[in-house]
Design a protein around this ligand. Structure first.
Ligand code: CU1
Length: 532
């Protein structure tokens, strides 16, 4: 990574009067500039993606055949829980904060994030939280096997690993809240002259709205797990029915966090796709204002639909109807977005470099996930497929083909800005096609498994489910290996291979970040031209 900055810190090295950037490991531990912190966020989240991915492959290995081959059900369930928690809190959320750190200041013409030292703190909480989450495996009683949702009453009976998980969630949540505060203050206070809110790139808008979501929901999650903690150790009985508590209350509190959390993980991807599609269509984004309003509408509606995760708890029919219709309402602003992306491409001068492939792949495959979301919003259907692989298929279409593909679109799009090098288009395209095909081989059959009644979170299954499970496992290993292509492609850039990137590598790209040279100078922003 030294080659990234080598060209840009020469004068100050040695006699360090103006540039207070520390060198060596201190540069990273004490980092206060948004680019280094952004890089660390991205490295951390990719590491967690690999850890969560290995856990997923362990699950798929056990599920290659019916019967118990490798893992006992208890351990299998621990893998399930940790796969979910690590992907959500370790991989997806920090990755988007990494994108925000790198790109938002450059996109709005700010010199850095508003709170540089808090930025350092919120990053360094992550490895601590991630470590705590991971070591809970090795605590007596093990990591919690109650699922990533940590439902009471089961989570009240888990071993000490559960307390590790609770504490890890607190720490990761605190990091998210600080990241969100930083992003809000940066966007609202530090825009260059002329950069009005309605001129910001969509990525800044989607992150601004996401940050408000985070501030609203992370304390709710913290409250839920704190109540678990006091139920476990301090004699309360919020969720303990035997002592007058209500386990379903846990689900209400959890999903009041959990549903908006889904949008925390997808809105920034919407922002990235809204940057990439216009660039490779050589057109301005179609319907900018409607994109902003649709994002805000999705965010507001996301607070009103939480109990669609709870249709199977025996809700009154009026409650089921309300949550069903409210959930379906979200497909309207989401449809506006998909329409706008397609309309942006309509009659554009399209080219299909890797970022555009991932963006189009996102629109196509994420929309399948959105569509199955509409299907499971229907209460009677949801009750039928509740806790089956249909749900697993649905949300992996949203989180992998949505969040992850959106991130890959952004990573290839801005890689020249980050590394100063052009990635290999051959490797990028190989990564895209290999991921796209293997992703669908992995997750599409899970729709059939779910409809046929295969339940989630079991290490064993009935023999008639064997074929689709074997297909899914083969796809999963293929998908996992494909991600190493990305690792290789980006390491090549950092190692200085590939053509030097021009400041503006993409013909149709607009936005302030492209007025900065590649790689972006280490400390300060090149004084931005006044936006007209
Ligand atoms: Cu939901």
């Amino acid at each position: 990574m030294s080659s990234v900055t080598a060209d840009h810190v020469p004068a100050s090295q040695g006699h360090d009067d103006h540039d207070h950037m520390p060198h060596g490991w201190r540069r990273w531990l004490f980092a206060t500039n948004h680019k280094d912190i952004g890089t660390m966020y991205l490295i951390f989240s990719f590491t967690m993606l690999l850890e969560g991915g290995v856990l997923a492959l362990l699950l798929r290995t056990e599920l290659f055949e019916p019967g118990l081959q490798f893992f006992q059900p208890e351990l299998f369930n621990q893998f399930t829980t940790m796969h979910g928690l690590i992907m959500i809190f370790g991989a997806i959320m920090p990755a988007f904060v990494g994108f925000a750190n790198w790109m938002i200041p450059m996109q709005i013409g700010a010199s850095d994030m508003a709170f540089a030292r808090m930025n350092n703190f919120s990053f360094w909480l992550l490895p601590i939280g991630g470590l705590l989450m991971t070591v809970s495996f090795f605590v007596p009683g093990g990591a919690n096997a109650a699922g990533w949702t940590m439902y009471a009453p089961l989570s009240l009976q888990m071993g000490p690993g559960m307390d590790f998980t609770i504490f890890a969630v607190h720490i990761l949540g605190a990091s998210s809240i600080m990241g969100a505060i930083n992003i809000i203050v940066t966007v609202l206070n530090m825009r260059a002259p002329g950069m009005t809110l309605m001129k910001m790139p969509l990525f800044c808008w989607t992150w601004l709205i996401t940050a408000y979501l985070l501030i609203a929901i992370m304390p709710v999650l913290a409250a839920a797990v704190t109540m678990l903690l006091t139920d476990r150790h301090f004699g309360t009985s919020f969720f303990n029915a035997a002592a007058g508590g209500d386990p379903v209350l846990y689900q209400h509190v959890f999903w009041f966090f959990g549903h908006p959390e889904v949008y925390v993980m997808i809105l920034p991807a919407f922002g990235i796709v809204s940057s990439v599609v216009p660039a490779f269509s050589r057109k301005l984004l179609f319907g900018y204002a409607s994109m902003v309003y649709a994002t805000a509408a999705i965010a507001i509606l996301s607070f009103l639909v939480w109990a669609h995760h709870m249709f199977a708890t025996g809700m009154p029919v009026t409650g089921q109807l309300y949550f069903m219709y409210a959930t379906m309402l979200i497909s309207i602003p989401t449809g506006v977005k998909v329409f706008n992306w397609v309309a942006t491409m309509w009659r554009g001068a399209l080219t299909f470099e890797t970022p555009m492939l991932f963006a189009i792949g996102f629109i196509f495959v994420f929309t399948i996930g959105g569509f199955t979301g509409l299907i499971v919003a229907v209460a009677p259907i949801d009750i039928a497929v509740h806790d089956t692989y249909y749900i697993i298929a649905h949300f992996h279409y949203v989180m992998v083909a949505g969040s992850l593909f959106g991130m890959y679109a952004g990573a290839y799009y801005w890689m020249p800005k980050w590394t100063g090098r052009m990635y290999s288009e051959k490797l990028g395209k190989l990564h895209f096609w290999s991921s796209m095909i293997s992703f669908n081989i992995t997750f599409f059959p899970m729709h059939f498994l779910g409809l046929a009644g295969m339940p989630r979170r079991y290490a064993d299954y009935a023999a008639q489910f064997t074929d689709f499970n074997q297909i899914a496992t083969i796809g999963a290993f293929w998908f996992g290996l494909s991600q190493l292509i990305f690792l290789y492609a980006i390491l090549r850039c950092y190692a200085g291979h590939g053509k030097p990137a021009p400041a503006k590598p993409w013909e149709g790209a607009t936005g302030l970040e492209w007025t900065v040279p590649s790689p972006a100078p280490h400390h300060t922003f090149v004084v931005p031209p006044i936006v007209k």
